[in-house]
Design a protein around this ligand. Sequence first.
Ligand SMILES: [Fe+2]
Ligand SMILES: [Fe+2]
Length: 381
Amino acid sequence: MNDVSVNSASIKAQVESVHANLLEDLPDIGRVAVAVYDGRTDTLKTFVHSTRGATPFNHYEAKLAEVPSLAELAETRGERIIGDLHASGNALGRHDRQLLESGYSSSYTKPFFDRGELSGFMFFDSEKGNYFSEAVVRHLTIYSHLISLLIINALASANVLRSAVDVARAISHLRDEETGAHLDRMSRYARMITRTLADQEGLDDEFVEFVFLFAPLHDVGKIAIPDRILLKAGRLTPAEFEIMKTHVAKGVAIVDKMAKSFSIGDSAHIEVLHNIVRYHHESYDGSGYLTGRKGKDIPLEARIVSVADVFDALTTKRPYKEAWSNDDAFRFIDNLTGKKFDPDCVGALLSNRRQIEAIQRQFRYAKGQFEGFHEAYLDDL
Ligand SMILES: [Fe+2]
Ligand SMILES: [Fe+2]
């Protein structure tokens, strides 16, 4: 078996390498795919795949509860073999029908777990009917184990970073601004925008997921801003605002240092985190900070996070303002298209009204808890 080095390549490249290996022994497995599970929202999301032919699912998500066949596998920790998708005909669920239409005839599905919790599902699909004999399934055991380790390891690196930041935040009493509900919502808006742009921008699901995982760290540098400025009730003076702006450079220093100390700095996705922190206050017309980059020179993940972050700030209640309606916030953001915001990202936000409302319903902020972005930030718009 070739050496599969962890963390040096994208997860997709690693899964492709495992797939290439597997094809030497089992040449008729045309597709290997992984979906990851978010237990908080009961959501299953396509994550990586290595596919020889047409790809049946991309940028796709569903509630696990709405896919009973998979929910049952998770519950029983079993595995599922569909010997002949053609023969199953009308009994097929929506997903399996899509698989059939993409040219696959049989499939093998297995859930995987991290410390007892469901992490996701692995799918092996073949163009041949009845391909998954007992011998083939036995042969796949080692591969499915390897793939689950790759995925769990990659997601763990991201989560280690996030927990380190949570701890730092708790210690430094970072106030309301970065509380859970704001981060829950803005990271989901960011994922929604990324997924909407995925086809057009040629983004894979792995990128979508890492934007989601790292978006909440955009303001990590505020840990290093003194309370008298961070917690100031009124408007910041120009001098204070200059200090506030240093949260970007401080954030970059923090994440780069953390990435190094957790020795995950060489993983492909750490770049996404770095870019979100470094460029989230850039403006599309070049009038932002820290670097004054403009247009598409600003990394896409930062352009996305900027829209998601501001939209949530506008639509939530702050010490100095009521929550704006979605319509008002849409209008406000639309007016800044091409000035502060990337037109594509704004378009993706505006086209997802129903999903935005669903996110808002699910992640309401606790009563009496303000989730401001600082008033000075409004000046900065
Ligand atoms: Fe910020
Ligand atoms: Fe924020």
